[in-house]
Design a protein around this ligand. Structure first.
Ligand code: SF4
Ligand code: SF4
Length: 296
């Protein structure tokens, strides 16, 4: 019922300010991937906000009338500090936890798990860390009861993995697969960025794979269309995450413009979130998607 109510409100009034956002649970991670946007900034000497202070902050947000619709718990690796999520998740109707999938996943209700699988095994080992891919896969296989989505960032290293990833993870990820494109962030390796024609070609491929493997890729066609070179700037110039969402770092302070911090290049943003938000708040697109779903 909650989802239907949220959807109707969204359709009628658009996305209310501060209804969604992200919290960096921790500045620690059990992996240290070379290409991590989080550790492109120096968090090592920060003091994490205590759980008691986070509760005070969430209570204050609630008292201020924040809609408390969806929180994405990120980091660092959020599961190294799962006690905070276990308390904080009760403040939001929906919760998404973005994890590297190497640690135990608790069976919490009202949570969606997003596990980052950047490419199939060989590419993943180059993007993240060697020797952990099969362990993460086993973790997903061990939890068929959880709503787990697989998220893959497409880069110059992972760009050729799309179909293999869909074939390998589609049958085991209950929540399907989502694709982002690498967003250049100051300090990260620029060569991961995919030029626009490559991005457009990959969008064609993803749209075609949606037909071949129905129900596996959990992205609306309209969102993918907005990510194309000809549409992207219009979305990122008016990024709804920057304008409407909250994003707090591990100290509890607001982050820069979004969860990726101030050093992300908006003009080349490949994060699916602003494109998904732009789809949801566009009535014409939502009518189109609803009709498509009803007639499928
Ligand atoms: S697992 Fe995630 S948070 Fe940890 S270093 Fe890698 S990309 Fe960053
Ligand atoms: S980098 Fe992307 S998500 Fe972040 S503010 Fe810019 S457009 Fe929005």
């Amino acid at each position: 019922m909650g989802k239907v109510r949220d959807f109707s409100r969204l359709f009628l009034f658009g996305l209310p300010k501060n209804s969604i956002g992200s919290i960096d649970v921790t500045n620690r991670c059990n992996l240290r991937c070379e290409h991590c946007y989080f550790f492109a900034e120096d968090h090592d000497n920060e003091r994490e906000l205590s759980i008691e202070k986070w509760i005070e902050k969430l209570e204050a947000m609630k008292a201020d009338g924040h809609p408390m619709m969806l929180c994405t718990w990120v980091g660092g690796e959020p599961m190294v500090r799962k006690q905070l999520i276990d308390v904080g998740r009760h403040y939001f109707r929906h919760n998404t936890i973005v994890t590297n999938g190497t640690m135990e996943l608790p069976n919490w209700p009202n949570c969606t798990w997003v596990i980052s699988i950047d490419g199939t095994e060989e590419a993943f080992s180059r993007m993240r860390a060697p020797g952990i891919y099969q362990k993460i896969k086993q973790n997903v296989l061990d939890h068929p009861e959880l709503n787990i989505q697989i998220s893959c960032v497409l880069t110059s290293i992972t760009k050729d993995c799309v179909e293999d990833l869909v074939k390998e993870w589609g049958p085991i990820a209950r929540g399907g697969i989502i694709f982002d494109f690498f967003t250049p962030v100051t300090g990260l390796d620029e060569s991961l960025w995919l030029e626009w024609p490559t991005r457009d070609r990959l969008i064609d491929q993803i749209l075609a794979l949606k037909q071949t493997y129905p129900g596996v890729i959990n992205m609306l066609d309209s969102t993918l269309e907005l990510m194309r070179s000809r549409n992207a700037k219009q979305v990122t110039d008016n990024c709804e995450f920057r304008l409407k969402a909250f994003a707090f770092g591990p100290t509890g302070e607001p982050k820069g413009k979004c969860m990726m911090g101030d050093n992300a290049d908006c003009d080349r943003c490949g994060c699916v979130v602003p494109f998904h938000m732009a789809t949801l708040s566009n009535r014409r697109l939502m009518i189109k998607e609803t009709v498509k779903r009803l007639t499928a």
